[in-house]
Design a protein around this ligand. Structure first.
Ligand SMILES: Nc1nc(=O)c2c([nH]1)NC[C@@H]1CN(c3ccc(C(=O)N[C@@H](CCC(=O)O)C(=O)O)cc3)C=[N+]21
Length: 291
């Protein structure tokens, strides 16, 4: 069993990006600038945005964090987005999800300038992804592809089972794994909350990508020998014995599933850090395309 070490690979990628930034500086070019908008400040979201900003500093990017009150109106948020669209200083930006209920997420995603949409959530970019056109690939799916590639995981002709159909992970992942090329060329089954007999499907899988958000959902008996396991779950589970009062728990019963797997991602230290590295990669791309 080989652990797909997202922490290590994401560090490698950050070093590669930092080297690019050094070159840009040496050439007197402007360095990439990422902005993030966060509406409200529930603990987890703020932690993730905070780590994105920290990652920017680490690779030499400029970053801007726009904090807005949880009572922000849709109109105010759309105005802020338009400001960032027009700000020549900003190469790419993200609006941290989920948004409070008074704000229509679809409207927000449609307002982000597709050329600055480093999350790859705008319908134009999602469509390009589905049609194999060059675009920003959403950071979490992009990170999973990168992990599969760097560990030379064979995906051709394999049965990939995706669990969860979210617009951010499951749906795009199912499209990407079925695309021509590598990683890709898989036969894909997309499962979700209405799927019957899910264990019957997962036991047929060569590759399982779980993006469900139910701690320890995937058990050893749901997995065949030598399967490749990608765990996208990151649920905070209360744990008094831990200094933070919680532990980050994945969708996979790692202790038991890892005994059967050929490759497996840990949580934490798997897909999470890759997400951040690929957001930086998209931002670098955005800067290069704006020259
Ligand atoms: N517009 C938008 N874009 C996003 O990319 C986006 C978002 N909204 N909303 C929330 C989710 C979640 N997300 C994570 C990023 C990093 C880790 C990460 O680094 N996790 C660490 C643990 C971090 C911890 O200790 O909490 C790990 O898995 O090792 C996790 C989750 C990005 N998201």
């Amino acid at each position: 069993m080989i652990i797909l070490d997202g922490k290590k690979v994401s560090n490698d990628i950050k070093n590669e990006i930092a080297a690019e930034v050094e070159k840009m500086k040496a050439n007197g070019e402007k360095v990439p600038h990422l902005a993030a908008i966060i509406v409200g400040d529930d603990g987890a979201s703020l932690t993730y945005v905070g780590s994105k900003v920290k990652a920017c500093e680490r690779v030499g990017f400029e970053s801007t964090l726009v904090k807005m009150a949880h009572t922000t109106s849709e109109l105010e948020l759309l105005k802020k987005i338009k400001e960032l669209n027009e700000d020549d200083n900003i190469d790419g930006f993200i609006v941290q999800l989920p948004l409070p209920p008074q704000i229509d997420t679809q409207k927000v995603l449609l307002t982000v300038d597709p050329s600055k949409d480093v999350d790859g959530f705008h319908p134009e970019n999602f469509g390009k992804m589905a049609l194999d056109m060059s675009t920003f690939i959403p950071a979490t799916p992009f990170g999973i592809l990168e992990l599969l590639q760097r560990y030379e995981v064979d995906t051709k002709g394999k049965h990939t089972v995706v669990i969860g159909r979210s617009h951010i992970v499951g749906r795009p992942m199912s499209i990407l794994m079925s695309r021509k090329g590598w990683p890709g060329n898989s036969t894909v089954t997309l499962t979700h909350s209405n799927t019957k007999n899910i264990a019957q499907i997962t036991t047929q899988a060569d590759i399982i990508i779980s993006a469900l958000g139910v701690p320890n959902f995937l058990k050893a008996e749901m997995v065949k020998d030598d399967a490749v396991i990608i765990d996208v779950g990151i649920t905070r589970v209360e744990d008094e014995s831990h200094p933070k009062g919680y532990v980050i728990t994945g969708d996979v019963d790692f202790e038991n599933v890892s005994k059967k797997a050929s490759f497996i991602t840990p949580v934490p230290g798997g897909v999470g850090p890759m997400t951040i590295a690929m957001l930086l990669k998209n931002t670098l791309l955005a800067r290069e395309q704006r020259k």
